[in-house]
Each structure stands twice: as structure tokens, then as C-alpha cells.
Design a protein around this ligand. Sequence first.
Ligand code: ZN
Length: 112
Amino acid sequence: MDASQIKALKEKVQAMLKELEAELHASAGDEAVVTLDTSIGRLSRMDAMQQQQMALELKRRKEQYRLRLENALKRMDQGTYGRCGRCRGLITAERLEIQPDAVLCVRCAAPK
Ligand SMILES: [Zn+2]
């Protein structure tokens, strides 16, 4: 990847991060502890707890993704972006376009 490609991708990643932040912000509270409110029945409480679990899982995944994107931005600033973390080879631009947070090249990421 040359500097202009990285710059374009950086803007894309920053936009993705912004969107993710907004989503995380919007869903804040979804995972709030289900209170032992007696006004809702046992079944609806189970529903609520299940929804809470799903919201938590989704939030966890989004937070992980946010971390990966932030790390990608860091690597861009450090000039190490696009290098495979294992073999130090170059990760192709095509791969980074699809998965900007990729840390391994196709060969290293492939299941052995
Ligand atoms: Zn590699």
C-alpha cells in the first residue's frame, strides 16, 4: 500500500469508528441489569434477561472491533500498517480494503 492508499483507508476506518461509537452510545443501557421488578412476570423477565445477554454479546463484539480499528489507526501512524504480524510480509491492498483491521497476510491467516 502506498501513502495515498493508506490515507484513503485511514479516512474510511475513522468513519467506521465514528459509526461504531455512535452505535455503542445509542445502545448504552440495553445491557442494564434486569431489575427484579415484580411488575413484569417471570416469562417476560426471562425474555428481558435473554435480550440483555444478546445486547451484552453484541456490545462486546463491537468493542472488540473498535479496538481492532483503533489499533489499525495506530499502525498507520507508526508506519507499520499493512505488514503481516507473523511473517512481516506485505498484506495486499485488496485484503486491507475488505478488512482494514487485518493483522495477518492471507497466507498466515489461512487455517493450517
Ligand atoms: Zn504473513
